[in-house]
Design a binder for this molecule. Structure first.
Ligand code: UDX
Length: 426
């Protein structure tokens, strides 16, 4: 069993640390946020992730939390870098936090390997390698071990993954990192560092491409009278295509897709390559949200002075994460059109910045739709299927619904008297 230091106690770092501890390793987690470390030490889990609390609680003797890099590195044989890599002003991935960890490693005498889990541009591993060499750490191995974690199922994605990807500088390092994963139920794919870095970016781009592709087909379905739900289902039954990530709607958001698509685009542009397909995938996604507002305007005329209920704020159900949520764009566009926005979400934080600060927050979907001229369903929360839409009809000023996630049954909604619009369904 290994002694591991994990840098970064965000979604990825915490899940990695807790799962490695559960596999029997001793893990010290270092974060720069005092509040986060204090809460973790007190047994509180600062993020919403199913199963993570239990995992941390049952491994307390193997899991420590610290603000101090040297404390985390004392005795560490392996360092996992799990810090965030947000976009810079130029749209590239900002690696300053990665460098700050790498630069703190000089005195770590027991170190055998540095592993990057953060999503980084292809070529980062080679740069880290030379910095390690210059710091007198040429004997320390390097590996890229990207994560393919979806929020809301992060623990399961670590313990039973579709694959573990390890890109290493040498065989011994790769074996060391593969051994850490003993107990993880999934195939291990071994490759060079650059390829492992690319697997992460290409996997996300492939998923985004599937969604944007089906969103484009949804537009064509609307124009031709076809139904995208039937089309996506039957297309997905072809095993060469697969049924996942073909759900049409108002598009993708979250902490990874928008940032990683931009980073891949800039990585391509920096080499002088024009990433045509990726650009189209991003553009289709941006348009999807604008089309939602367009449809509301077609039903209501001007949105000036209207009350619009926005049901669902997070970027997907099962998380409290608001990062790059399509809902935020909708809220901002509605306010810009002069509408009043009445929101509901079961998990989103209460004290959010603009545009949310200019909206009102309601405790239930029915409260939010009261007096509304239209409703937008923006996140596929299962609660929205359970709403009594008959009762909602009675509470609304005008019975207009735009279902941005195709959650409800069109004939049933029309029978109730709604002007019901969705994505790609006639
Ligand atoms: C994603 C990847 O799945 C994960 O592998 C990567 O490491 C990080 O990014 P996550 O952001 O947690 O994970 O969410 P995911 O469940 O993949 O959904 C991303 C977005 O796509 C959401 O906004 C979701 O609503 C949207 N989506 C997903 C669709 O619009 N249609 C679909 O068919 C699937």
């Amino acid at each position: 069993m290994a002694n591991i230091a994990v840098f970064g106690a965000g979604y990825i770092g915490l899940v990695t640390a807790a799962c490695l501890a559960d596999l029997g390793h001793t893990v010290a987690v270092r974060d720069i946020q005092q509040d986060r470390v204090d809460r973790l030490r007190a047994g509180e889990v600062p993020i919403h992730e199913p199963g993570l609390g239990e995992l941390i609680a049952r491994n307390t003797e193997r899991l420590t939390f610290t603000l101090n890099a040297d404390d985390a590195l004392a005795g560490a044989e392996i360092v996992y870098i799990c810090v965030d890599t947000p976009p810079t002003m130029a749209g590239d991935a900002d690696l300053s936090r990665v460098w700050s960890v790498v630069n703190s490693l000089k005195g770590a005498t027991d170190l055998r390997a540095v592993v990057v889990k953060s999503t980084v541009p292809v070529g980062t591993g080679a740069r880290v390698r030379s910095v390690l060499n210059e710091a007198g750490l040429a004997h320390v191995g390097y590996a890229a071990n990207p994560e393919f974690t979806a929020e809301g199922r992060a623990v399961a994605d670590f313990m039973t993954p579709d694959r573990v990807v390890i890109g290493g500088s040498d065989e011994a390092t790769v074996q060391l990192i593969a051994d850490l994963h003993r107990g993880v139920d999934g195939p291990v794919e071994i490759m060079d560092v650059a390829s492992a870095e690319m697997v992460k970016l290409a996997s996300n781009a492939a998923l985004m491409t599937k969604i944007s592709f089906m969103n484009e087909i949804a537009v064509l379905c609307e124009l031709t009278g076809a139904d995208v739900e039937l089309v996506a289902h039957a297309v997905g039954l072809d095993h060469r295509i697969g049924g996942h990530f073909l759900q049409a709607g108002i598009g993708w958001g979250g902490s990874c897709f928008p940032k990683d698509s931009e980073a891949l685009k800039q990585l391509a542009s920096n080499t002088g390559h024009h990433p045509q397909l990726l650009n189209a995938v991003i553009e289709v996604n941006n348009l999807q949200k604008r089309r939602a507002i367009q449809k509301l305007k077609q039903a209501l005329g001007s949105l000036e002075g209207t009350q619009i209920a926005l049901l669902g704020m997070t970027f997907k159900p099962g998380t409290d994460d608001m990062r790059e949520s399509p809902s935020t764009v909708l809220a901002a566009r509605l306010l810009a059109e002069g509408a009043k926005v009445r929101c509901w979400d079961p998990l989103a934080a209460q004290d959010l910045a603009e545009p949310w600060a200019s909206t009102t927050r309601h405790d239930s979907p029915l409260e939010a739709v009261t007096g509304a001229d239209a409703v937008i369903l923006a996140t596929a929360w299962p609660e929205l299927r359970e709403v009594s839409w008959e009762q909602a009809h009675g509470l609304m000023r005008r019975p207009v619904v735009f279902d941005g996630r195709n959650l409800l049954d069109p004939p049933a909604m029309r029978t109730l008297g709604f002007t019901y619009m969705s994505v790609g369904r006639a």
